[in-house]
Design a binder for this molecule. Structure first.
Ligand SMILES: [Zn+2]
Length: 196
């Protein structure tokens, strides 16, 4: 209701897809791998992408999902020219079905569907369309990787002023606590120099 007046950085479907893409990429770095867990985990991934229905995932589909995840990960960390080249490649290889979908009471959004119902295909289409919007609006800088030395996660920076530095998994807090402790530590005695 009220959110139609909220100014948006991306269209709702793009924002959904970019957040889902980041979370999906980040599952690469967590144990156990969500793609090994089973149907409930796949349904969770589908929900995050707003995919309502998908074909059952057999082994080859799981392999494809792993490939798609690695592809998205590479894309996320690419420079803009590489993003454009890879996106054009996907667009030339993929059959899309475009549809206007109602959002709220008086707005519509152009959405794309894949030509088949596999989860991997639907993720590729939604992810590609989201990347297209980011490229068109000059906002690929929002694809960020966590600055923590010990973290491989990515995130989409939806802040107004390009201020986010860390992922959603507690790294910012950990880094700040470590920096605070370092500041609190008493200075180490220099010891060795004799008084003159
Ligand atoms: Zn992190």
């Amino acid at each position: 209701m009220a959110n139609s007046t909220k100014s948006m950085i991306f269209s709702p479907s793009t924002e959904t897809s970019l957040k889902a893409a980041a979370e999906f990429i980040n599952t690469t770095y967590r144990e156990p791998d969500v793609l090994d867990i089973g149907d409930a985990a796949l349904e969770m991934i589908a929900r995050s992408w707003h995919v309502a229905e998908f074909d059952p995932c057999d082994l080859s589909e799981l392999r494809r999902l792993r490939e798609v995840r690695a592809y998205l990960d590479g894309l996320w960390r690419s420079d803009e020219q590489t993003l454009v080249t890879r996106t054009n490649q996907i667009l030339s290889e993929t059959t899309l079905r475009l549809q206007l979908v109602r959002r709220g009471s008086d707005t519509y959004e152009l959405c794309a569907r894949s030509s088949d119902q596999s989860l991997a295909s639907q993720i590729v289409v939604a992810g590609t369309l989201a990347v297209v919007e980011a490229i068109q609006t000059g906002q690929t800088w929002r694809f960020q990787a966590c600055l923590s030395d010990t973290c491989r996660n990515v995130f989409v920076d939806l802040s107004r002023n390009h201020s986010r530095r860390f992922c959603d998994h507690g790294c910012g807090n950990r880094v700040h606590v470590a920096a605070y402790r370092k500041r609190q530590r008493p200075p180490t005695p220099t010891g060795g120099l004799p008084d003159t």
